[in-house]
Design a protein around this ligand. Structure first.
Ligand SMILES: [Zn+2]
Length: 849
């Protein structure tokens, strides 16, 4: 037997046996042994585990990973991992096994910066020297950032935890272990908070779940089991972006481009020297923790660059701007294939390609974007709201629905066609785009650079750690490029005038017609569809009749079944009762019942995430829960709220949001609803929506260019009393000068709830947010007077005896104020302000309420 090993293990024994983690294991030692047998014929893992550590079972998820890695120096691994497991593991917080990666938090950035600054000027800033720049950064990275130091990735592991772990190893001190766990928990919490507030979780909760799994559990994100190969996906991408242009047309376009070029100047302020300020602004917009592109330079490296390196980059970019030559490395991109949510992995079209561009490439693109926007943006029609400052999805949906409401008031029928452009960005005809850019930019250098950035690009698809061959794409806007949205908006800025109104967000296009009869609607829409079809076809964008839908909006219930006969290129467009425009399900009379019902389901699954977080050792404090709830649940619940705020089905959402607030505050189900927002320090959902409506309405009123503006300025006579359009809601809020905190205070004052006088102003954060979960929950249950005391438990039908151990009915206030056994001398007001005595009393209270 290996004596060194035995000694190390034995030292851990007393502490390990005394911990709670010894329980709750889900796999037997025999199973581990079976898995290990091939590699450990001379030694039994049972001996290590059961005799020295006292383990009976360990987490199955964890062991699976561990067994695979246990080959080779298996015994060392086993022991180290068992210790790790005991130290950082727990019922819901195992550590994760991932491939080695840079540990940026342990890096010595100062030395990294100094080293690069010292050496950077040896490299001439030329596109052909890009590989040397990459080489220098990587070398500095290797020198000052420990890489692959440990095989296991433990979220939040840093210098301090390392030191604690070292101390624990030599002392077996339970207190050190406790400190270590607390430290890890606080790092996990920090990382969760940061990531959750960075992410846009409005549409998909998958990211939320992934994150939670990553931080909380050993389970790595499952790779998709599929027969589809990376090559198939790559070929699919290549096919999609094949733009078929007749030869004659191609030739004509070349001639037009040439002509525009001849009218352009050689250079302009667009291609002038790049300065440090531009570099710094672009770096500020760079996000951390993103996967690196082909050159493997992570965003963190650029963020940490020193002064000399930044000025080197400025010179490097200037030369690229002037010559239009870009490093050849930038022409190759790495594409990750990710299965689209809810799709089967049986078809290559069901995978979403995520392109990872080089971070330096992105930096230059940001600089170009900042220079192009002031020229291009003012010329983009007002109908287009995608990726433009001060515009949003919500203003599109609000305008569309306001037009429909206006139609209701005027007794007009409205019809909307939601157009589907198949892979719009991928089918952009590059020569056509360059021509359209040349007409306005008038700068040869800039045009050359853009052609060079958009010229044929090579890509490799990665799926489940397999990769495809290298493929080439000739058309389409680059995936993952920050310039693509602006270029797409520019490519379609000359969309023709139509009688129908257009509502566009990026490539999401809706057209709306209004008339007294269905027949008139058909004539008008068919004519406009033809115009648009011809325009899109001319520019090689493909309207897909099979995926486009239409819907009629009117209040005539007798004609509810009437569908329109609409065509795109002779194919009929289907009718949909609940078409989805920019994430909002519309319906014939704009009740939003379908939308709110679906939203309710989504919120309920988000509440499950929050619930899980509340039960974890690291995510259960009130501040973390509150931030997560706002990012994960409230943002989703309030998406486009001004549009549906007037619906009579908003209760569906409020019940879910009340559950959210209950999870944060830990109060019981029967607690009065007025208490929830006060305790959670989140304004009441209804008032938050009113606030959003007021803001949106004000914004629409203040934008005279918007097509909806004239209607809002002089709305139609309020003929239909049952309708509640945005202009009447908005006007009312503006005229009463709605302020959320005032409205909240007024409703609080007029309510009649127990212990109301504890709160003078409901919008002020109450004490106790940083308490441990148990004390926080207990405190709130005393505040609200609702807890699992005997009297209420009898009332709710759980027990028969309403009496306290002191033989009088046990209410929450009895325990707090009167009970000879438990009472707190400070009373409810001291408890509410969490005085030190109150905290001690809460901690010592032997009841489970
Ligand atoms: Zn009592």
């Amino acid at each position: 037997m290996n004596s060194g090993l035995g000694g190390r293990v034995c030292r851990n024994q007393p502490w390990l046996e005394s911990t709670k983690w010894c329980a709750n294991r889900r796999i037997t030692l025999e199973e581990i042994e079976d898995g290990l047998n091939e590699d450990c014929s001379h030694f039994s893992v049972h001996n290590i585990v059961s005799e020295t550590l006292g383990y009976r079972k360990v987490s199955a998820r964890w062991v699976d990973k561990w067994l695979k890695e246990a080959a080779g120096e298996w015994y060392n691994t086993v022991i180290t991992k068992l210790i790790h497991f005991a130290v950082v593991g727990g019922p819901e917080s195992d550590f994760q096994v991932v491939p080695p990666r840079d540990q940026h938090h342990r890096a010595n950035w100062e030395n990294f910066r100094a080293y690069i600054d010292q050496n950077i000027n040896r490299i001439q800033p030329l596109p052909s020297n890009y590989f040397r720049f990459v080489g220098l950064l990587m070398k500095a990275g290797r020198k000052f950032i420990p890489r692959g130091h440990r095989k296991e990735y433990i979220p939040g592991w840093d210098k301090d935890t390392e030191e604690l772990y070292r101390r624990y190893k030599y002392s077996d001190n339970e207190e050190t272990a406790e400190m270590l766990i607390n430290q890890l928990n606080s790092s996990r919490k920090e990382k969760w908070m940061q990531t959750v507030s960075d992410l846009d979780l409005t549409h998909s909760s998958r990211k939320g779940w992934d994150l939670l799994r990553k931080l909380g559990n050993a389970e790595a994100t499952n790779s998709v089991i599929t027969n589809i190969t990376p090559n198939q996906i790559a070929r699919h991408l290549q096919t999609v972006s094949k733009v078929k242009i007749p030869k004659r047309k191609k030739k004509a376009m070349k001639a037009r481009i040439k002509e525009e070029f001849s009218k352009s100047n050689y250079s302009s302020h667009l291609s002038s020297q790049v300065n440090i300020t531009e570099i710094e602004t672009a770096i500020k917009l760079t996000k951390k923790y993103k996967a690196a592109g082909n050159d493997e330079i992570p965003a963190e490296f650029l963020i940490e660059l020193g002064k000399r390196a930044k000025s080197w980059l400025a010179r490097f970019f200037t030369i690229i701007m002037e010559t239009g030559n870009i490093p050849k490395e930038w022409r190759q991109s790495k594409i990750l294939a990710v299965l689209k949510p809810g799709k089967e992995p049986t078809c290559s079209a069901n995978f979403r390609p995520i392109a990872l561009l080089c971070t330096t490439h992105k930096l230059l693109e940001r600089i170009i974007l900042a220079r192009l926007t002031p020229i291009l943006d003012p010329e983009i029609p007002v109908e287009q709201a995608g990726f433009r400052g001060n515009r949003s999805c919500c203003d599109r949906v609000a305008s569309l629905t306001s037009f429909i409401e206006n139609g209701f008031q005027l007794g007009m029928k409205s019809a909307v066609v939601l157009l589907d452009l198949s892979s719009a960005y991928d089918t952009v005809w590059i020569d056509g785009l360059i021509y359209k850019l040349a007409k306005v930019l008038k700068c040869k250098q800039t045009l050359n650079l853009l052609s060079s950035l958009l010229s044929p690009r090579k890509f490799t698809v990665y799926l489940n750690s397999k990769s495809s061959k290298e493929y080439t794409i000739y058309n389409g806007l680059p995936q993952g490029s920050v310039l693509s949205p602006l270029l797409y908006n520019w490519y379609t800025h000359d969309i023709p005038q139509t009688t129908s109104k257009k509502f566009i967000y990026a490539d999401d296009t809706a057209i709306l017609a209004q008339a007294k009869t269905f027949e008139e609607l058909e004539i008008q829409l068919n004519k406009d569809l033809e115009t648009l079809h011809n325009y899109f076809e001319n520019w090689s964008l493909r309207l897909n009749p099979a995926k486009s839908v239409h819907c009629c909006f009117h209040l005539n219930n007798h004609r509810a079944e009437r569908k329109l006969k609409l065509f795109i290129n002779n194919s009929q467009i289907t009718h949909s009762e609940h078409p989805k425009y920019l994430g909002i399900h519309l319906d014939r009379t704009l009740t939003f019942k379908t939308h709110l019902t679906k939203l309710k389901g989504k919120l309920s699954s988000r509440n499950n995430i929050l619930h899980k977080l509340a039960g974890s050792s690291w995510g259960s404090d009130a501040n973390t829960l509150r931030t997560s709830a706002l990012a994960l649940i409230f943002s989703t619940a309030e998406y486009c709220a001004p549009v549906w705020e007037g619906s009579c089905h908003t209760k569906l959402i409020d019940t879910q949001l009340n559950s959210t607030l209950r999870i944060i505050t830990g109060v019981c189900q029967p607690t009065r609803i007025d208490w929830l927002p006060v305790l959670a320090h989140i304004s009441p959902p209804e008032l938050r929506r009113k606030e959003a409506t007021k803001k949106m309405y004000q914004k629409l009123l203040d934008s005279p260019d918007l097509e909806i503006n004239p209607i809002l300025q002089s709305p139609p006579k309020h003929r239909l009393k049952s309708r509640n359009p945005i202009w009447s809601r908005g006007n009312q809020l503006l005229s009463q000068n709605f302020k959320i905190s005032e409205a909240w205070t007024n409703s609080w004052i007029s309510s009649d709830i127990p212990n109301k006088n504890l709160i003078t102003s409901p919008s002020v954060k109450i004490p106790g947010f940083s308490l441990p979960r148990r004390e926080w929950v207990l405190l709130n249950r005393f505040r609200t007077g609702q807890g699992r005391c005997a009297e209420l438990m009898k009332l709710w039908g759980y027990t028969k005896d309403p009496n306290c151990a002191c033989n009088v009915p046990q209410s929450m206030s009895h325990i707090l104020d009167d009970c000879p056994l438990y009472k707190f001398n400070g009373g409810i007001s001291n408890l509410h302000s969490v005085t030190p005595e109150a905290l001690n009393w809460l901690k010592a209270l032997p009841l489970r309420l």
